[in-house]
Design a protein around this ligand. Structure first.
Ligand code: NAD
Ligand code: TYD
Length: 354
């Protein structure tokens, strides 16, 4: 690839670029010659420099460790780097943790976003893209799939903190004219996802010979998207999205949690030469997550029609790729699941919500 001269490149501040989706996004943006990426990440338990292995700092990439909620630090960073665009992935992202301790969710997901927005306003950023979630629409068990105008009715502290950020982002558009964009994605899966989320968590339990704990009756429904498809959508919105618009990102392909784990057992049996019936026998129905949403479902008509985006990876193909990645990357899993992760595991699964 030919690189442009430094004076021609646009400067992109990515917050949370060491997490699961953010690291995939950083890689994609660095494949484009015209961007310098500044990756601001606090490196919480979910952020890992290993996720960006092979990327070297230089004219096109810089990593900065810091907290998006730290006003002085963020202001100095805007001053120094003068970003043209900002994409914010930084968040506390796990619903179960938000139930155990909501405070950090509001510190990062709400206040942190206000700090980033304020810096963007002050420093004349040309595009601010907030990465949001379908969870802001809340439980849509008995409703039509949501389009972007659907009312927000978050159920968990996590979803409430993300919905607050969406409101803040739109308020900066209306009040100050800041050029903003919002994407609301369904559930992602793929390599480098922290193994507390359903799919990598269950892969790990299969590999360690442990039970497969499903909350409640396992009939909750989610739409699933392979991370590369989601990142492709985010890149399109950043580059061609219309100022002030919200875009749902979704495969519109719903599965119950039980169906996901059933397929996961089948594919793991295939990939690791295990017996599928004995894997399925390890499914256990345990106490339900408090406030558990039965169903998320969104329409992605706008992004498909306006930005000619379509997801390319079917659920079965993506799940198989994900399983293969986890089967060959034990060291990564070992390195991210430290002692602190065991405390969390005990609080949810051993003591059942403390
Ligand atoms: P993740 O938990 O894997 O990564 C979050 C990243 O943010 C980590 O690198 C972490 O170190 C960093 N971070 C956390 N607090 C920070 C702070 N105060 N300052 C700077 N950095 C901080 O999350 P993910 O799954 O990659 O999700 C990325 C974004 O996408 C989040 O905003 C999440 O709400 C949203 N989202 C995720 C999904 C999903 O299925 N994973 C679906 C829809 C939306
Ligand atoms: P999760 O990956 O935490 O994503 P979210 O809550 O943001 O959708 O969970 C996906 C679904 O799987 C959700 O309905 C909760 C359920 N779940 C279980 O049944 N057991 C588990 O051990 C986990 C982690 C999740």
């Amino acid at each position: 690839m030919t690189r442009r001269s430094v004076s021609n490149i646009k400067r992109l501040l990515v917050a949370g670029g060491c997490g699961f989706i953010g690291s995939r996004f950083v890689r994609s943006m660095l494949e484009r010659a015209e961007w310098r990426v500044i990756n601001l990440d606090k490196l919480t338990y979910a952020g890992n420099l290993e996720n960006l292995k092979g990327i070297v700092e230089g004219d096109h990439y810089r990593f900065v460790r810091g907290d998006i909620g730290d006003r002085t630090f963020v202001d100095e960073l805007y001053d120094k780097e003068r970003p043209t665009a900002v994409v914010n992935f930084a968040a506390e992202s796990h619903v179960d943790r938000s139930i155990l301790d909501p405070a950090p969710f509001f510190e990062t997901n709400t206040i942190g976003v206000q700090v980033l927005l304020e810096g963007a306003r002050k420093h004349g950023v040309e595009r601010f893209l907030q990465v949001s979630t379908d969870e802001v629409y809340g439980d849509v068990e008995k409703m039509e799939p949501c389009d972007e105008e659907h009312r927000l009715a978050p159920s968990s502290p996590y979803a409430a903190s993300k919905a607050s950020a969406d409101h803040l982002t739109l308020s900066y558009k209306r009040t100050y004219g800041l050029p903003v964009l919002i994407v609301r994605s369904c559930n992602n899966y793929g390599p480098y996802q922290f193994p507390e989320k359903l799919i990598p968590f269950m892969i790990g339990n299969v590999m360690r010979g442990e039970d497969l704990p499903l909350y409640g009756d396992g009939m909750q429904r989610r739409e699933w998207i392979f991370v590369e498809d989601c990142v492709d959508a985010i890149c399109r919105v950043l580059e061609r999205g219309e100022d002030g618009e919200i875009y749902n990102i979704s495969t519109e392909d719903e599965h119950t949690n039980l169906a996901v784990i059933d397929l996961l057992c089948k594919l793991m049996a295939d990939e690791a030469s295990m017996n599928v019936a004995s894997l399925r026998n390890r499914i256990q129905f345990i106490g339900d997550r408090p406030g558990h949403d039965r169903r998320y479902a969104t329409r992605a008509k706008k992004i498909r029609e306006k930005l000619t985006w379509n997801p390319l990876v079917t659920f079965e193909v993506g799940l198989r790729k994900t399983i293969r990645w986890y089967l060959t990357n034990h060291e990564w899993v070992e390195s991210v699941t430290s002692g602190a992760y065991r405390d969390y595991y005990d609080a949810v699964y051993v003591r059942s919500w403390g």
